[in-house]
Ligand binder design. Structure first.
Ligand code: MG
Length: 376
């Protein structure tokens, strides 16, 4: 039956002849795919001002430059965002260069043939690249809007599963750390970055200011497994509930040794970027820190959740300094997480978008279609 015959039959049967998903032509390639127009893909750099100076090893930043991507097709716009790990040599200019390389692929591909898109993007821009995440988030936002479902529904996730997110505090002078604990009042969990230098002292300072659960991020700082397990035993008694990336990525055997003896779960961060990295980590870690800027977006992020689950590993969802766009995208995957570390947009004073709402220590799942964001 051709399209014309179908429409006339549909009309006879009293069915609306408006059926946009039927291909307009007998074009073989498009026969089983929804018909869509040619996409327009735009991007812009936006300066995000920080409420507080952000201190990193190389200096202090007052703002971050993120790149926003808009995927327009069929009168619908999907929005994505790239946030950067400056320490990994990432910045807005590099992202824009990579976007220019990747956009032809996104223009060519049918939007509902996204399964192997991450692989195709990796062939053009290999390795870590937030540009891939920005395009992926924009496309998935578009898909959700096109199908008129929020993305968590598209992925079949229970939107009612909301968990508390942690708020990160860096190493600083005792008074400043105590002050930051006070400022973290809206959060029910504190995450603290340790450096293998007077770790116990830092925990004692935080503990003197709050009785909230503490999670620690060692950022590969511990080099001795015996010492690591001693510290973990002590921290467990101080109400620390999770240890992130305790040892260097390449010390996999030692991390496995620690994990087998640790009463606290050990989570991989630097050791894991995409779904490809997970299988080799299963024996050495209890969980993985999933960040959209590392995975290259939601398609691989969802795949990471499935692979981790199959290997008996738990998921943490983390972020960079990002606006409501990338944070709301990450919140869509919230139901797969055991731990949440999504505080990026709460650190900026001029968020250009609004999306998921932060209420009483946790993110409410947006009910709007796609990732659930709009212009602020
Ligand atoms: Mg980390």
């Amino acid at each position: 039956m051709n399209r014309k015959q179908f429409i006339s039959l549909a009309g006879l049967a009293g069915i609306s002849p408006f059926f946009p998903d039927i291909p307009a032509s007998g074009n073989q390639e498009n026969q089983h795919k929804p018909q869509t127009s040619v996409p327009v893909i735009r991007f812009e750099k936006i300066k995000l001002n920080l409420w507080h100076d952000w201190t990193i090893t190389r200096g202090t930043a007052k703002f971050k430059e993120n790149v926003f991507v808009y995927y327009e097709r069929d009168g619908i716009t999907g929005t994505g965002e790239a946030g950067h790990m400056t320490a990994a040599g990432q910045n807005a200019e590099r992202t824009i260069r990579e976007l220019k390389q990747l956009i032809p692929l996104y223009k060519k591909i049918h939007p509902f043939e996204f399964y192997d898109l991450p692989e195709k993007a990796n062939q053009i821009v290999p390795g870590l690249a937030p540009a891939k995440a920005a395009l992926d988030i924009a496309l998935m936002d578009w898909i959700g809007k096109k199908l008129q479902v929020p993305l968590h529904s598209f992925y079949g996730l229970n939107p009612g599963k909301e968990i508390d997110t942690s708020f990160s505090i860096g190493r600083d002078k005792p008074e400043i750390m105590k002050q930051k604990v006070k400022e973290a009042a809206p959060y029910h969990i504190i995450k603290v970055k340790l450096t293998n230098d007077r770790d116990e002292e830092v925990i004692k300072i935080i503990r003197s200011a709050t009785d909230k659960p503490i999670r620690v991020d060692i950022n590969e700082g511990w080099k001795d497994k015996e010492e690591a397990i001693k510290k973990i035993d002590w921290m467990a008694k101080q109400g620390v509930e999770m240890i992130e990336q305790p040892m260097p990525v390449q010390m996999l055997k030692e991390t496995k040794w620690v994990k087998e003896r640790s009463e606290l779960p050990i989570v991989a961060d630097e050791a894991v970027h995409t779904s490809d990295d997970i299988p080799k980590l299963a024996e050495a870690y209890d969980g993985i820190n999933l960040k959209l800027m590392k995975s290259g977006g939601l398609i691989d992020g969802y795949k990471m959740a499935i692979i981790a689950k199959a290997l008996g590993m738990d998921i943490m969802i983390g972020c960079m300094i990002e606006s409501s766009v990338a944070i709301s995208a990450a919140v869509q995957l919230q139901p797969v997480a055991r731990w949440l570390d999504l505080d990026g947009n709460l650190l900026i004073s001029n968020d250009p978008f609004k999306g998921a709402k932060f209420i009483d220590g946790h993110w409410e799942m947006p009910q709007e279609n796609g990732i659930g964001v709009s212009k602020a």
